[in-house]
Design a protein around this ligand. Structure first.
Ligand SMILES: NC(=O)c1ccc[n+]([C@@H]2O[C@H](COP(=O)([O-])OP(=O)(O)OC[C@H]3O[C@@H](n4cnc5c(N)ncnc54)[C@H](OP(=O)(O)O)[C@@H]3O)[C@@H](O)[C@H]2O)c1
Length: 270
């Protein structure tokens, strides 16, 4: 019987995203060895405390199957310029960095095997969403490996057009923040109307959890769920009418457009 070989991955950057990915991968069902590179000793210690191997600087990459870059896009060029070891690496590079295009990544690395991935922090809980886009020359084995990696961290979607990554950065990468922002409004309503913090938190969390179940089961548009709740001349209708009158939905779309524009701006080096 063939045992699948261990996937060796080096994750550069243990900030919010890098550590979410490292934690998720450690708890996934993959046969994987992970090394996280992080200059900050406090962050290194927190990752090590979770049983993940860390180093201050990048190791020899000879046996590394995947080099995953989770540093700020602004740090990418100085990282590649100062990293001798990346010059001898021709394996798979996965970038989760906002904005940086395949063409930019190709010029600064020494491989043709490149994937742009846009995950979100829910990957830490194996309940993430990731969209993927590959450089044309990426081998099928590397595509399959990347798909296996991110599928183990939640749901995964392949993009056919690179420009969609900027929208995905707004939508997927930022997604948990928007839901958490709305949750904060619900929480604030609850506490300002007399609920203690614990009860407000229980109610808010459960509402979001049960609505995601309804959304996943709902074959039609999410607005159908609104309609189910909005009894004619009832209470919820008053709130939704107020949201509509003040164009809350447009405001949300405009906000995400701003996030998308920022991703493009980073890509253009502005
Ligand atoms: N946060 C998200 O939810 C999310 C979602 C999708 C994609 N992303 C992408 O993920 C990347 C990281 O975002 P983040 O939110 O995790 O940022 P972050 O919390 O600021 O973390 C970035 C980490 O990278 C480290 N770093 C910087 N330069 C480095 C280098 N040369 N070598 C090794 N480590 C280095 C930083 O260390 P120091 O602080 O010591 O400099 C920091 O620990 C970004 O490109 C972002 O676009 C983030």
């Amino acid at each position: 019987m063939n045992t699948p070989s261990k996937i060796s991955i080096v994750i550069v950057g243990a900030g919010h995203m890098g550590s979410a990915l490292a934690l998720g991968l450690k708890n996934s069902n993959l046969n994987i060895s992970i090394i996280v590179i992080e200059p900050n000793p406090i962050r290194r210690a927190s990752i090590t405390a979770n049983g993940i191997c860390t180093q201050e600087s990048i190791p020899e990459l000879k046996n590394t199957k995947i080099l995953l870059l989770a540093i700020p896009p602004q740090a990418f060029f100085s990282f590649t310029e100062n990293c001798e070891k990346i010059k001898n690496y021709s394996g798979l590079v996965i970038s989760v960095m906002a904005g940086l295009t395949i063409s930019t990544l190709k010029k600064a690395t020494y491989t043709t095997q490149i994937c742009r991935a846009m995950p979100n922090i829910s990957c830490a809980k194996l309940d993430g969403m990731t969209v993927l886009y590959y450089s044309k020359k990426t081998k099928n084995t590397n595509r399959a490996l990347t798909n296996q990696l991110f599928s183990s961290l939640g749901k995964c979607l392949l993009l056919k057009k690179e420009y969609l990554i900027d929208s995905a950065t707004a939508l997927v990468g930022g997604g948990p923040a928007y839901v958490a922002y709305f949750a904060t409004s619900l929480l604030n309503f609850a506490t300002s109307n007399g609920f203690d913090k614990k009860s407000a938190s229980l109610i808010t969390t459960q509402i979001i959890r049960d609505t995601t179940t309804l959304l996943a089961e709902n074959k039609n548009s999410p607005l159908n769920i609104c309609k189910l709740v909005m009894t004619a001349k009832g209470t919820t209708e008053q709130a939704i009418k107020y949201f509509d009158k003040n164009k809350l939905s447009n405001l949300v779309i405009e906000g995400l457009n701003k996030a998308c524009a920022q991703s493009k701006k980073i890509g253009e080096g502005r």
